[in-house]
Design a protein around this ligand. Structure first.
Ligand code: ASP
Length: 422
């Protein structure tokens, strides 16, 4: 009990970083003592269990948050002009970030740095999934140009919800459901919305439990990564280049893209914006949660940048749920990296699916530490990449999570400055 209490007082990020280091030490020790089998039998399954939990929560999370998000847009109709503009800007920002991530990930191709031999071992391991995926790609090729619409519209929602690979269909149903709820008289729909409100609380609690288990998952996955690849340097240098690619992408969005937008499309001065946002970014960086940062973002924008109360209290909370530019850019690079390591060539259709899924699921990503793992597992499955590939990147994810959260909150603030007073 006491130990548990003490562990709880260590912040999550520190526990995850300790998990990372512990995993590496464990893996190296196993290599030195020839205990690889021990890691495979007794340690790795905990990491796999962690990934299963992430997959488990994906469908309920995305369904409930989307219905709640769309049905909650009633607020938007009150602010109709501001609301429409804000939503459009958010969607455009997310799309731009994903496209930027896809370009960066394809140009730098960090996954191709992995030694050919290691890559073929991995590919052999996931052979059946990859082969299925290739077969689907061929089928897709021989279908008509509008066939993708059938992939989005389910003929049976229970069947769609039964597989993580058809999550796009669940998203479609959730949006339709939410829109219909918006149009039914308030009195009639109130109990259903209250139910979703309650479900959202419960699911977020469950996500909290799973994220709390992240340090154990990270230790296990890191140890397995070291033994599975026998400390192969190419894997770790590829991971390093992958992390650098994400960092460069995020820094460009934060220090080049946003300032340009602020300069040309808002009345705020770039210098004042950068200066005011610095403490907010630092707060987001240390907490890794855009939701927790929200009050700080609001206060700063109102007090330091003179953004009106009305704009701040509408644009920012919506942004925390909908707009995650850092997360979107990161997801694109992470998906490409895993595909490259596993030797999966992504077709244009798959790239477009990634774009669409990332935009839509950005709305479903909770603004909490590691919120995007759940979504990433889901997007991977839906484009036919084995979600086990997540094991490659989760170990080193925490620092990237910190930086992408800082980008997420800066994106919300940028849009608030753009729409304020217009
Ligand atoms: N931690 C991020 C946020 O709160 C979400 C994520 O990308 O994991 O904005």
């Amino acid at each position: 009990m006491k130990l548990r209490y003490r562990l709880k007082t260590i912040p999550l990020y520190a526990r995850i970083l300790i998990g990372m280091v512990l995993g590496i030490i464990l893996g190296l020790a196993a290599l030195a003592l020839h205990g690889e089998q021990f890691i495979t039998d007794w340690i790795k399954p905990w990491g796999e269990l962690f990934i299963r939990l992430l997959q488990l929560i994906a469908v309920p999370l995305i369904f409930v948050t989307l219905v709640k998000g769309v049905a909650g847009l009633k607020e938007i109709s009150r602010f109709s002009k501001l609301g429409g503009k804000t939503m459009l800007l958010y969607l455009a920002f997310i799309a731009a970030s994903v496209v930027f991530g896809l370009i960066l990930g394809s140009v730098i191709s960090p996954g191709e740095l992995v030694n050919q031999e290691v890559a073929s071992t991995l590919q052999a391991k996931y052979e059946s999934t990859i082969a299925n995926q290739a077969a689907t790609a061929i089928q897709v090729h021989s279908r008509g140009p509008l066939h993708f619409l059938q992939e989005i519209v389910p003929s049976n929602i229970v069947q769609a919800a039964a597989s993580n690979s058809t999550i796009l269909q669940v998203i479609f149903f959730a949006i339709l459901f939410g829109v219909a709820a918006l149009l039914v008289p308030e009195q009639q729909v109130r109990p259903v919305l209250a139910l979703f409100e309650g479900l959202d609380g419960i699911i977020m609690k469950m996500v909290g439990f799973i994220i709390d288990a992240a340090p154990i998952g990270v230790t296990a996955l890191m140890a397995a990564l070291v033994t599975d690849f026998r400390g192969d340097v190419s894997v770790f240098s590829a991971l390093g280049v992958y992390a650098l690619t994400v960092i460069v992408g995020l820094l460009i969005i934060m220090y080049v893209f946003y300032p340009i937008i602020i300069r040309f499309f808002s009345r705020t001065k770039v210098k004042a914006f950068v200066r005011a946002m610095y403490p907010v970014q630092l707060f987001a960086f240390t907490t890794s949660s855009s939701a927790v940062t929200l009050p700080v973002t609001m206060k700063t924008l109102k007090e330091k940048l003179g953004i009106s109360d009305e704009t701040a209290s509408f644009v920012l909370p919506v942004g925390v749920t909908v707009n995650m530019d850092g997360t979107s850019c990161y997801q694109a690079i992470a998906i490409l990296f895993i595909a490259q390591v596993l030797g999966i060539e992504l077709s244009l259709t798959q790239m477009l699916t990634i774009l669409l899924m990332t935009i839509l699921s950005s709305i479903g990503t909770p603004g909490i530490p590691g919120g995007s793992y759940v979504i990433l597992a889901m997007v991977l499955t839906s484009v036919g990449i084995p979600p086990e590939g997540l094991a490659l990147i989760i170990g080193i994810d925490r620092p990237l999570d910190m930086l992408r959260t800082a980008v997420n909150v800066t994106g919300d603030a940028t849009v608030a400055c753009m729409v304020d007073g217009k």
